[in-house]
Design a protein around this ligand. Sequence first.
Ligand code: ADP
Length: 537
Amino acid sequence: MQDLESLLLQNRLLTEEVKRRIDQLAAINTVAATVSQSLDLDRTLKTALRAVLNVVGADAGGISLIDRKAGEVVLRAQQGWTHDFVSPPMRIPLGKGMSGRVIDSDEVVLDNNMNGTEELAVPRFMEENFRSIAMAPMHARGSIIGILSIMSQRPNAFDTEIVALLKAVADTVGVALDNARLYESSVEQEKRLTAVFESTADGMIATDQNGHISLINHAAAAIFNIEAHQLIGTPLREAPIHARVCESLLFALSSREEANKSFEVTLENGRTLSFFVSPIYMHSQVDQDQKTDGWVIIVQDISHLRKAEQQRAEFIQAAAHDMRNPLSVALSSLHMLDSFFKADTSALEIIDIAIRGVNRLQDLINDILNLEQIESGYGMTMDDLDVALLLKEACADVRPLYADKNLSCAVEIQGDLPRIEGDERWLRRALINYLDNAAKYTQPGDTITARAFFTAPFVHVEVVDNGDGIPAEAQSRLFQRFYRVSGTEKVRGTGLGLAIVKSVAEAHNGSVYVRSRPGQGSTFGLTLKVPEAVMSG
Ligand code: ADP
């Protein structure tokens, strides 16, 4: 009989315990559901506090967050207090007062009989006349992020059950607050980046992998004279930007080698735009393979630089004309002297230095005059040309030079090439310039590839080397006159070779580009527009 009674009693106690646990879980659930509704930190603080006070049945409460940088615990939300301790917030140095005890012990601190003798970090808190207080540490991502407190003006207000409940909900609130804080800092970061993006003087466009525009800043919109919002989501090929720019960008985005690429486009109205295209790599959350996630395009209007360069070029060209005759007189005199001093080796050495110097000056003058000729269009003869043959001939022309350096030149023609219209002499010279440069900056024993392929309406000719490569910051300036990459001063050159190639390409309605990675090599390209008649026939 007694056994039955004790069994019944045990059963009742167990049922009550289960009920209490269920109530507790329901309370925790209620708090979790309430606090996870918003990512706004202030709102989450307020709703969390309200929900906690409801489920634990307390008169007042507060939430403080730890500011690690300032070394303080800062009260961010209060409810049921007489005085305002939130604006400005109550700040307690880490380690001080009751909050110091909570953080140091990482346990709930309970005082059910406050009588005014407590050692408080903020004495004004005494004016609230609270008699009971329970403070629980809030955790997120493995560390304490703040304190959740409940208070009452009655003594002995909080039993062990309430304390257990407070402890359980504190972490739920902690995680919600941490999420809101992370979200706010990422929003702030995004705003900062957007401000930089919008205020930079360079035009910037970002596209996704498929070439759809995802971002465009004011500067880029102004350069293309369009409204930025018109372009968001538009495929680049349909964007209302200049056709020549569009074609060059599409080619840059479609290139198989994912490296930085730079090129310039001169529009019919004389404006010159400089482009720098680089791939964006991002780790996808779903697919761990690293793939390009799109492209970023930097565009600058460099018309003013071009104009200054033009004026400088005109001056230099005039000077070059005037220097040509006196120089050849000096050179022939030196050769005559050379034959006079056949026996005197030191005199011959000096004459040899002088001859080399004059030869270099002649190289420079010839390059300057070549540039002038190609730019004026004077003496250009347009013929129907086979690009594959042109490439083979250019390779044959550089063979002796390549043999000296133990280099080989491989010609690679990809698919069928339509015939183009062009000046054979100038195009061959442009290709030789590319091939010469590749030899200058490649180690002996390597192979340099000259290849050609067709992507309507352009035939592309590229010279690919595995040489020194070119730093990204220098790439957009390579085709400027007299520009030489710093560190290459010892290699013989005038800094005009690539400017000549660019002028040749432009005289053929084409353009030039470069892709390069320091230490891995460079690809220099030339596009030649196929005439409408060939395209349609
Ligand atoms: P240069 O007469 O100095 O060769 P270019 O206009 O032909 O003048 O080239 C300009 C600069 O570009 C060179 O000084 C060199 O620094 C760099 N350059 C050109 N081609 C290559 C290449 N294939 N590899 C590395 N750097 C190159």
